[in-house]
Write a protein that binds this ligand. Structure first.
Ligand SMILES: *[C@@H]1O[C@H](CO)[C@@H](O)[C@H](O)[C@H]1NC(C)=O
Ligand SMILES: *[C@@H]1O[C@H](CO)[C@@H](O)[C@H](O)[C@H]1NC(C)=O
Ligand SMILES: *[C@@H]1O[C@H](CO)[C@@H](O)[C@H](O)[C@H]1NC(C)=O
Ligand SMILES: *[C@@H]1O[C@H](CO)[C@@H](O)[C@H](O)[C@H]1NC(C)=O
Length: 410
C-alpha cells in the first residue's frame, strides 16, 4: 500500500506540473549573448586560445557587454552552449566543466558574471548525450538541476539530442519541476517543441508555454541571410499557433541574432533586429563583441527597437499583409502603440509600399489619428488620420520599422 507521504509526493508533483513553471522570470524576452552560432564546439585552446569554448571566452564577452553598453541596454545573460563539460561524469555522477578550459570552475565563472551585474546560462541535453557527444541529463535531471543551482546558474537551455522524442512531453516539465525545487530561479529554455516539429509529433502549445520560459521553435540559425529568411518564413507560418500562448514569462525563440557576424549586410541586420522585435523573440546575440563593427553594434543597441522587443504586454506580432511575392508587412501591438515592419525580401530595387493604416491592423476608431517614428532613421512622420494611406520605400533585403502612436497634435 502506498504511504500517505508517497501519495502526497505524487500530489505535489502533479499540481506543480499542472500549474507549470512559476519562477517569475522572462517577463519580457530575455536578452544576452550565447556562444553557439559564432563559436560552436571549438575545444582546441592550444591553437585557438581566443575562440575556443573556455572561461576566457565568456569572461571576455562579459567584459565587452559591460564596457560597450550592451548590459545597460538590457543584454544581461552570458550563455554557455554545448562542449563545456568533461567528457564523463565524475565518480559521484556529477557534471563537471572541462578542467583545462574552465580551470576556475563554474561557480567562479557565475560569480564573475554576478559581480558585473550579469547572469550566467548553461547548456545541457535531455538525452543520454548532448548533440556534440558530451554527457546528457537522461536519468540525471534532478542531480543536474541541483548542480546548476549550486554553481549559481541563471538560465538552463535543455537540448534534445540522443533521446526518444516521445518522452519529452513528460521529461521537460519534470526538469522544470527539479529546477523549481532547487529554490533558485533559473530561466528554462526548452528545445522540446522543435524536436517534436522535426518528427511530426503534434505540439501541445499550451503545455510548452506553461513549462518553459522560452522554447526553440525551429532549426538552428546559420551564418547566412538564407537562414534568416527561412526562419522568418517559418515564424509567419506558426504565429497563429504560438501567438496565443506567448506572453510575460513565456516566449517563442526563433534562435540567435547573427548581427555582426560574417554574412549579413547592414540592412539585413536591421531586418533581423526588426523582425525579432516584432516577434517578441529572445535577443541572444552570437557574435564576437571584441571585433564587431560600429554599424552593427549600433543596430544591436537601438533603444527604440529594443523597447518594442521588450514591450511589457509581450504580444507576438505577425504578418498582416503580403503585398507581393517579395514584400510584406508585419505588425505588433505594444502598450498604446503599434510597431509596423515593412519587409522587402527582394533582390532587385527598392520597393514602394502604399497601404492603409486599417490594412496594417491599426485601430481606425483612433479619434486622434496617428503619428509615427521610423526607428532606424529616427525620422518623425507627422499627423495622419485613421483612414490615411501610408507610403514607404524599402531597400532590397531590408526593412523599415515604424512605431505608430496616437497623434499628439494635428
Ligand atoms: C516554484 O514554484 C512555485 C509555484 O509553483 C513558486 O511560488 C516559486 O516561486 C517557484 N520557485 C522557484 C525558485 O522558481
Ligand atoms: C575529466 O574527469 C576525469 C574523471 O573525473 C578526470 O580524471 C579528468 O582529469 C577530467 N578531465 C578534464 C579535462 O577535466
Ligand atoms: C505562461 O506561463 C505561465 C506560468 O507557467 C502560465 O501560468 C501562463 O498560463 C502562461 N501563459 C500563457 C499565455 O500560456
Ligand atoms: C510555410 O508555409 C508555406 C505554405 O504552407 C510552405 O510552403 C512553406 O514551406 C512553409 N515554410 C516553412 C519554412 O516552413
Amino acid at each position: 500500500m502506498k504511504s500517505l507521504i508517497q501519495q502526497a509526493i505524487v500530489f505535489v508533483c502533479f499540481t506543480t506540473l499542472a500549474y507549470g513553471l512559476q519562477n517569475g522570470l522572462a517577463r519580457t524576452p530575455p536578452m544576452g549573448w550565447l556562444s553557439w552560432e559564432r563559436f560552436r564546439c571549438n575545444t582546441d585552446c592550444d591553437n585557438h586560445p581566443d575562440s575556443c569554448i573556455s572561461e576566457n571566452l565568456y569572461m571576455a564577452m562579459a567584459d565587452r557587454l559591460v564596457e560597450d553598453g550592451y548590459r545597460d541596454a538590457g543584454y544581461e545573460y552570458v550563455n554557455i552552449d554545448d562542449c563545456w563539460s568533461n567528457k564523463t561524469r565524475d565518480e559521484n555522477g556529477n557534471l563537471n566543466p572541462d578542467s583545462k578550459r574552465f580551470p576556475s570552475g563554474m561557480k567562479a565563472l557565475a560569480d564573475y558574471m554576478h559581480k558585473k551585474g550579469l547572469k550566467l546560462g548553461i547548456y545541457g541535453d535531455f538525452g543520454s548525450k548532448t548533440c556534440a557527444g558530451y554527457p546528457g541529463s537522461l536519468n540525471y535531471l534532478e542531480k543536474d538541476a541541483n548542480r546548476f543551482a549550486e554553481w549559481g546558474i541563471d538560465m538552463f537551455k535543455m537540448d534534445g539530442c540522443n533521446v526518444d522524442i516521445s518522452l519529452m512531453k513528460k521529461g521537460y516539465p519534470e526538469m522544470g519541476q527539479y529546477l523549481n525545487a532547487t529554490g533558485r530561479p533559473i530561466l528554462f529554455s526548452c528545445s522540446w517543441p522543435d524536436y517534436e516539429r522535426g518528427k511530426g509529433i503534434p505540439i501541445d502549445y499550451q503545455s510548452v508555454a506553461s513549462h518553459c520560459n522560452i522554447w526553440r521553435n525551429f532549426v538552428d540559425i546559420q551564418d547566412s541571410w538564407d537562414s534568416v529568411l527561412k526562419i522568418i518564413d517559418y515564424q509567419a507560418n506558426i504565429t497563429d499557433q504560438w501567438g496565443p500562448v506567448v506572453g510575460p514569462g513565456n516566449f517563442s525563440d526563433p534562435d540567435m541574432l547573427i548581427i555582426g557576424d560574417y554574412s549579413l549586410s547592414v540592412s539585413q541586420s536591421q531586418a533581423q533586429m526588426a523582425m525579432w522585435a516584432i516577434l517578441a523573440a529572445p535577443l541572444l546575440m552570437s557574435n564576437d563583441l571584441r571585433t564587431i563593427s560600429p554599424e552593427f553594434r549600433e543596430i544591436l543597441l537601438n533603444k527604440e527597437v529594443i523597447q518594442v522587443n521588450q514591450d511589457p504586454l509581450g504580444i507576438m506580432g505577425k504578418r498582416v499583409l503580403q503585398v507581393s511575392k517579395t514584400t510584406e508587412a508585419w505588425m505588433r501591438p505594444t502598450d498604446g502603440r503599434w510597431a509596423v515592419c515593412f519587409f522587402n525580401r527582394g533582390t532587385t530595387i527598392p520597393e514602394s509600399f502604399s497601404v492603409s493604416l486599417k490594412k496594417l491592423g491599426l485601430p481606425v476608431d483612433q479619434e486622434l489619428g496617428f503619428d509615427a517614428l521610423d526607428l532606424f532613421s529616427g525620422e518623425y512622420i507627422g499627423f495622419m488620420d485613421s483612414y490615411a494611406i501610408f507610403n514607404s520605400t524599402v531597400n532590397p533585403s531590408g526593412v523599415r520599422l515604424f512605431l505608430f502612436g496616437p497623434a499628439e497634435t494635428k
